[in-house]
Design a protein around this ligand. Sequence first.
Ligand code: AMP
Length: 516
Amino acid sequence: MSNNSSLAVGIDLGTTFSAVAYLDDLGRPVTLQNGEGDKVTPSVLLFEGNDVIVGKEAVKAFATDYAAIAECAKRELGYRMFGKQLGGRQYPPEALEAWILNKLRMDAQAQIGQFDKVVVTVPAYFDEVRRKATQDAGYMAGFHVMDIINEPTAAAVAFGFAQGFLKDDGTAPDEQTILVYDLGGGTFDVTVMRLQGSNFVALATDGEVGLVGRAWDQRLVDFVAEEFIRKFGIDPRDDANAHGRLWREAEDAKRTLSARNKCTLACDFQGHAVRSEITREMFEDMTRDLLDRTAFTTRQTLQAAGLEWSNVDHVLMVGGSTRMPMVAQMLRELSGKEPNRSVSADEAVAHGAALHAGILLSKGAGKESQFRIKNVNSHSLGVVAVDVATKRKRNAIVIPRNTPLPITARRIFKTEKANQRSILVQIVEGESSSPDDCVQLGKCSVRDLPKELPAQTPIEVRFKYEENGRLTVTVLVQGTDKALHHELTRENSLTQDQLDSWRQYISGVPAPAPAG
Ligand code: AMP
């Protein structure tokens, strides 16, 4: 069956849950149900013999087969291998993400027919390495990844659509500034955006890995485990299946506490049982510091945008964890405004991605774009330089964070010796002055500099961040316009050959024929 080239979906590839949306005949975003009839799919995998099961069925094995379960693979993107062995094998985290995307693709195709185009969302704070890993996951899942889009931006687009910012007749409400507070299962992001007519402009963005729904679950898991230790001297966390069961119970209890004032959390292990009664107040007390950290980041992001709360029209809450009443309460106190819940916490990000996919399809068909997204980079881009005085390596920042994208920056490196034939530039992302505390993006090497260049010849390296935060590097002898051949070696990325064989293995979709 051939692909429908006028069809594309948007996917919110979440740490704990994922969702898929497409645009209906009227151009409105609609969430697609998965094969089990649900709007969201747990981002959980179960390795069973040669089969990889994704979603709700995999979650059921938490209590019986925890060792064969992979969860939160998104958190490990950027590492070479997922930390846990599955069926005696280690997998690159992007391959695990690809299995999730492959299930979503198959389930979506069963409803809307064959297609291969997709826009996948990423947390705004994702560095370049993890952005690439996400695109690679989409490729391995048999998709043609048209673009990646930041999750808070996608949520803002969905909000803008619902508010009528994207009306066909070109009329739009007055300019609005919104702060998107996105607390999901595995990511926390804050982005300040300005909606001006059909322009969606990000002013500042920040976030934190690890400060997420799972951290709230962890507190409950630890609370019960410690009670178990106190009573019986044994720790249910030592047993993988008991630990898995406890995680599930804790997550369930957390959801109950969003609706009720108290709940019971039970744990059975080695013939002993503990039943803990937990009130919402107790839960809020044991997680207060986590919430405070999100408040701190929120204030900082607003400051980085050069704004005060009086400049913000809406505080938009997205992500499943914003259902905890403590979140709305904190945002109300912080901003003096009633947080806006008009977009669905679970679906907004996928809807925004579907709208972006729709725009890219129209552009591809030569139609006028309905809206424009202007992003900022979430991390500073730097090169490793040697400090002349101390001889220590340092991160020399080339593009500071929160710079509007796309952006090209140049940096001049001088050859040291006459007839030098190669140079090596080490590229990092991060704010620290020490390169070791930054994310290693890769090494850009040029091995065939023209012969007989004198010492101190300026070599120009151009760094370009695309709108979506992906980087391209060009190297020139300054004053010439001929780009020199260079290689960007990335430590933890798969090669094209590896990507092609994973694609075949996971999705059964062959690599596309080379263009031209
Ligand atoms: P997301 O990544 O946006 O899908 O968010 C998933 C996270 O939201 C998970 O950590 C869930 O445990 C959490 N979540 C979903 N519903 C609720 C709820 N009613 N109360 C508290 N947390 C929730």
